[in-house]
Write a protein that binds this ligand. Sequence first.
Ligand SMILES: C[S@@+](CC[C@H](N)C(=O)[O-])C[C@H]1O[C@@H](n2cnc3c(N)ncnc32)[C@H](O)[C@@H]1O
Length: 390
Amino acid sequence: MQHRRLPPAARSSRSGHAPASAPVRERTAPDTSARERGGGGPVQPPSSQPEWRRQRRERRAAAQADERRKLAQRWPLLPREALPQEDFTVQLAPYGYMEPLLEELGERVLTVRGRLVLARGGEAAAWAQNVWTAPRWLEAASIGQAVRALTALQRNWRGHALPESGHQRRQALMEAALPHVGSRPLHFGEAAPTAPLGAFTLWEHDLLLASPSTSSPFADGEAHFEENRTEPPGRAYLKLWEAFTLDGRRPRHGELCVDLGASPGGWTWVLAGLGARVFSLDKVELAPQVGCLPNVNHCLGSGFGLDPRHVGRVDWLFSDMICYPERLLQVVRQWIGARACAHVVCTLKFQAETDHAVSRAFAAIPGGRLLHLFCNKHELTFIWHEDAAI
Ligand SMILES: C[S@@+](CC[C@H](N)C(=O)[O-])C[C@H]1O[C@@H](n2cnc3c(N)ncnc32)[C@H](O)[C@@H]1O
């Protein structure tokens, strides 16, 4: 590994571009140069939504509708008498990641409706974006009756609409009649809400599936933040914001962090902003606005070449490297085994297939937890604290 600190001028001359190996970000727009040059078809009227974004939204909606259709064929609606009554949970699949959740739950799956998977037992799946931990069925012939039944259980409820139920309007009327629950985006640094949050859906015209408690403090597990659109390069920084907010722990001022696979620098930007000292490592440079931060020291090299026994103990190990999850498992085991860090946050990035065996190996590390963040795509986030392992 090459240890060096470039002068700011040299750094800014090279960086600022996403590395070649970085995933293609969805915001990549199609080539509009023909239109801009005045050729290539009719001139579009100005609109608040660029055409490519509208098309992307439509493609996504069509793919979701297709997935819903296939799932409805695979899991036909259960008759009322066959609905589970006890020892089950509702596990919400992240958008577009129903398959990994179903694979993880395996034989535990009882039925599926929309993104809701009714599963035997109480254990939360890593791929679940939110878990309804105490579900029950409530019969309610009217909107008023439904609202009374829900508020008798607790105050705070957020509805989860099932497009396939055909009762969205009725459900929306129920939601409007329930006590207001705030849902503004969080400012990073604020604690996640602590009040219990219930979730419900109108399963049938007069039947609610409701849980007064859920695993996530956010409705449908969707953590929204007031984003910073000017300073961090890219949007990967949101993963750390979400991980720290859910976990309740983050690096303190002056703590030493190693950030593997750091470019273009969103995570390093978050860590430096917390006042931590950051040793970042990547095969490519950081974006200049991150590389020049005084508490950031960037090195070019491979995260696999960094031997924790030679680094000395650090407070936090981070990795967002694009690599096979089993390779990352080796790295994490090496660091934890050498007692070279007190905390780990890393992303397991999956290829076409989800490697559940590796996920289980991560989940089995004492003191660790594995979760699918709202910001994660085909990835899971592993968070580990040494003091939780004791
Ligand atoms: C998803 S990007 C990381 C984004 C970053 N966390 C951020 O917030 O901007 C993945 C990075 O991993 C880097 N990478 C891939 N293999 C690596 C390796 N063996 N060692 C170090 N970095 C690696 C890539 O160069 C790329 O910059």
